[in-house]
Ligand binder design. Sequence first.
Ligand code: NAP
Length: 368
Amino acid sequence: MIKWIRRIVGGLVALLVVAVAALALVISRTSDCPPPEGASLDAEMMTAVIYRCYGSPDVLEVTEVEKPVPADNEVLVKVRAASVNPLDWHYMRGSPYLMRLSSGLGKPDDPRMGVDFAGTVEAVGSRVMRFKPGDEVFGRGDGAFAEYVVVSEERGVVHKPADVSFEQAAAVPIAAITALQALRDKGELKAGQKVLINGASGGVGTYAVQIAKAMGAEVHGVCSTRNLELVRSLGADHVWDYRNEDYTESGETYDLIVDMVGNHSILKNSRVLSDNGKLVLVGGPKGNWIAPLKRPIAAMILSPFVSQELELLLARINKGDLKQLAEYLESGAMRSVIDQEFALDEVPDAIRYSEAGRARGKIIISSD
Ligand SMILES: NC(=O)c1ccc[n+]([C@@H]2O[C@H](COP(=O)([O-])OP(=O)(O)OC[C@H]3O[C@@H](n4cnc5c(N)ncnc54)[C@H](OP(=O)(O)O)[C@@H]3O)[C@@H](O)[C@H]2O)c1
């Protein structure tokens, strides 16, 4: 009887191993680039950046595609500026591989690139009530690296404050919403509390420093020597130079750590958190398989054994938060730090620059 049970268990384990190996092979397979799709004869055309297969920035094509037509509930926006996020090159590479379960096995299901945009409404669908042609807007729309983008009225699009430039607004959506949701929703930051922003000079970090100050916190930022002045100028009360100092060895304690880098273990972070402090994991090491999963898994395992809360953030774009960020921009409580601007046909270079991981604030694709 025991022999039979052993055989059955052994068989099941072998089946599981084969199934996992087969799944790993399927999701890591990268197909060759398929031929371009033809446009309908009477279609209006526009310039856009697309990718028909996964790979390095060399797979990006600046080409003519059909100009989108808004559905009843959609807004057609002439893009005046867009911004680059690490999300763009994660999609371009289909990495980590697990994301291919939603972005497409072998090759991308959707060839459009870019997410964050700001621009002018050109046309609206018949059921759109809140926007009209000529309105200046910003938000999140698939295919923002293009002359035009369509976006559902109900989803990520709001009016841009008149005094705020298209570039300043286009920089905001993903990075600033991530900062806001990390501090307010996961971190539950209160005025007077002490927060540490690890990765304070990047896209998310430059907003996080300013939003935390606007929320009344004492803000400590971690960046390299060349960015100390920048992070101070955003309102940080103290800056750690990661090239020469290690905040986890500092003896300081924080109510909240927002971590965009993931270069210190969770246990090391917990040592500089107050007893009921919170660690919010936003970003971490790159990799196709295990590297990006290590910290979330470690947080899950360690959670019952530490007094602090370990939270994983998956930011979600929504109108309410975009409006809140528009108010911060309008009031001057927050500005977008713009590192470099590229033209639409230079998107491959902009993505290469973002992938290098040294951006100071945001990278803009400008149409003006
Ligand atoms: N969970 C979510 O929903 C979500 C949303 C958005 C972004 N993310 C992730 O969050 C991370 C940050 O995004 P981002 O847009 O801010 O990226 P980014 O703009 O590319 O970040 C670049 C910045 O990171 C700094 N940096 C690099 N190594 C550092 C270190 N050891 N210590 C401190 N700073 C360091 C660089 O400064 P130096 O050049 O001076 O080193 C640079 O200013 C990424 O991993 C991204 O994928 C997650």
